[in-house]
Design a protein around this ligand. Structure first.
Ligand SMILES: *Cc1c(COP(=O)(O)O)cnc(C)c1O
Length: 391
C-alpha cells in the first residue's frame, strides 16, 4: 500500500526533515531567526546576493533560515519542487491567482470555493479579469464551462460546504490540453491526505492557519509549485506584495507540523463517528462528508484521498434560519465560530438569516450547519449533538 509508505515518509518530514541540528549547535528545535537583514563581508558579495535573492539571505521579505525550514518541509509533503509561505492563506491564494492572469482573462471556478476567494475574484473585475462558477464537479460540465479566454481553473476538493470531490487527474489533463493553469486550495485535506501536484495540478495553496498550524494561534499560508512557476511568483507577487509569514509565526507552524500526522488521524476518527451519528438522525436530511460510504464521491475519494479531516456539513430537515439558530445555540462542546483545523470543535452556518435566496441560487440548503470536529472525547461531541437536535 503506497499511501501507508507515503504516510511514513510524511511523518518523518513533519518531525525531522531539514532540521539540520549540527548547523544550530545541536538544538532540538531550530532557532527563530528574528532578524530582518543579513550582512555581507564585502559589497561585491552583497551585490551578487541581491541579484539572486531567492538563493541568498538578504532581507526578511525574501528569505529567512527559519522560514526556509518550514517551506522545505511543505514542498516535500506535497511532493513539489518549491514552497513559499505567506502571511495568511488569502495572501497565498492572491499571489497564485494574480500571477496566473492579466487583463482580459477569465477564471473558471469549480463549484464552491472559500468565501474570501470568491470575494477576491469579484474584486479582480476591477482589473478586467472575469470569472464564472460551474456548480458541478463533473469533468464534462467543467469542460463545457471553459471559455476562449480562460487562463486558470481554481478549485477546492473537497469543495467548500458541499464537500464534493473533483477528479483531479481528469481536470488537470483537460486544463493542460487547453493551455490552462490549475490552482487548488488543499487546506481541507492537508498534504498528508491529498497530494494534488502528483495528479498534475500546477499550484497548491494552503491556509496554514487551519490543520497545519493546528492550535488556533497562528495565521499563515503556503504556495507549492514547480521551480519554473515559483521563479516568477517569487520575483513579483512574493517580493513585491510583501505578505510574508514572520519567523516567529513560522516557529509556531513548525511546532504544529510535528503533531500533524497524529492530530489528523484523531480528527478523522472523531469525524467518521460524528458523520455516522448525524446520518442516522431523523432531523438530519443529508450529511456532506466524503468519508461516508453513502457520499456520492466516496469511490473517487478512495482514489484521491488517503484520509478524511474533520470538517463537514449537514442539512436539517427543517431548512430555515430559525431552526439552524435553535440547534446551533444549544450546542456547548461545539463552540460557535469561524475557522477549523484546530483542537477545538466549532460550529457555524452559511445561513446568515438574510441570504437564504443567495444560498438556494448556489445550491446550498438554508438548513446547512458546518461542523469542525475537534479532538475532544467522541462521547462528549455525540452527546452534545444529541441534545441539540432533540425536539
Ligand atoms: C481559512 C481558509 C482560507 C484563508 O486562509 P487565511 O489564513 O484565513 O487567510 C483559504 N481557504 C480555505 C479553504 C480556508 O479554510
Amino acid at each position: 500500500m503506497s499511501h501507508i509508505k507515503d504516510f511514513e515518509i510524511d511523518k518523518q518530514i513533519c518531525m525531522q526533515f531539514e532540521e539540520d541540528r549540527e548547523r544550530f549547535a545541536g538544538a532540538v528545535v531550530p532557532p527563530t531567526f528574528q532578524n530582518t537583514l543579513f550582512t555581507y563581508p564585502t559589497l561585491d558579495e552583497l551585490s551578487e546576493a541581491v541579484q539572486f535573492e531567492k538563493q541568498h539571505y538578504v532581507y526578511g521579505r525574501g528569505t529567512n533560515p527559519t522560514v526556509e525550514i518550514v517551506e522545505k518541509k511543505l514542498a516535500a509533503l506535497e511532493r513539489g519542487e518549491e514552497c513559499k509561505t505567506f502571511a495568511s492563506g488569502m495572501a497565498a491564494i492572491t499571489a497564485a491567482i494574480i500571477n496566473s492572469v492579466q487583463s482580459g482573462d477569465h477564471i473558471l471556478c469549480v463549484s464552491h470555493l472559500y468565501y474570501s476567494t470568491m470575494e477576491l475574484l469579484k474584486y479582480l473585475g476591477k482589473f478586467n479579469i472575469s470569472h464564472s462558477v460551474v456548480y458541478s464537479t463533473n469533468t464534462e460540465e467543467i469542460s463545457q464551462a471553459i471559455q476562449s479566454n480562460t487562463k486558470v481553473i481554481v478549485l477546492e476538493s473537497p469543495t467548500d460546504m458541499s464537500y464534493r470531490l473533483v477528479d483531479l487527474p481528469a481536470v488537470s489533463r483537460l486544463a493542460k490540453t487547453n493551455g490552462i493553469r490549475t490552482i487548488i486550495d488543499n487546506t481541507w485535506a492537508t498534504p498528508l491526505f491529498q497530494k494534488p501536484l502528483t495528479h498534475g495540478i500546477d499550484i497548491v495553496v494552503h491556509a496554514a492557519s487551519k490543520y497545519l498550524g493546528g492550535h488556533s494561534d497562528v495565521l499563515g499560508g503556503a504556495l507549492i509549485t514547480s521551480k519554473k512557476i515559483m521563479k516568477s511568483i517569487f520575483d513579483k507577487e512574493y517580493l513585491l506584495m510583501g505578505a510574508v509569514m514572520p519567523p516567529s509565526e513560522v516557529t509556531l507552524l513548525l511546532r504544529g507540523l510535528r503533531t500533524l500526522p497524529l492530530r489528523l488521524l484523531a480528527h478523522q476518527e472523531n469525524a467518521l463517528k460524528v458523520a455516522a451519528f448525524l446520518e442516522s438522525h431523523p432531523h438530519v436530511a443529508k450529511v456532506h462528508f466524503p468519508g461516508l460510504a453513502t457520499h456520492s464521491d466516496y469511490l473517487l475519494g478512495k482514489k484521491l484521498l488517503t484520509g478524511y479531516s474533520g470538517l463537514m456539513s449537514f442539512e436539517l430537515r427543517e431548512a430555515h434560519y430559525r431552526q439552524v439558530e435553535k440547534v446551533v445555540n444549544k450546542l456547548k462542546a461545539f463552540k460557535i465560530g469561524v475557522s477549523f483545523g484546530s483542537f477545538e470543535s466549532l460550529v457555524s452556518s452559511p445561513n446568515l438569516s438574510n441570504n437564504e435566496g443567495q444560498l438556494l441560487r448556489e445550491h446550498i440548503s438554508p438548513g446547512t450547519i458546518r461542523l469542525a470536529v475537534g479532538l475532544e472525547d467522541i462521547n462528549v461531541l455525540i452527546d452534545d449533538l444529541k441534545q441539540s437536535l432533540m425536539d
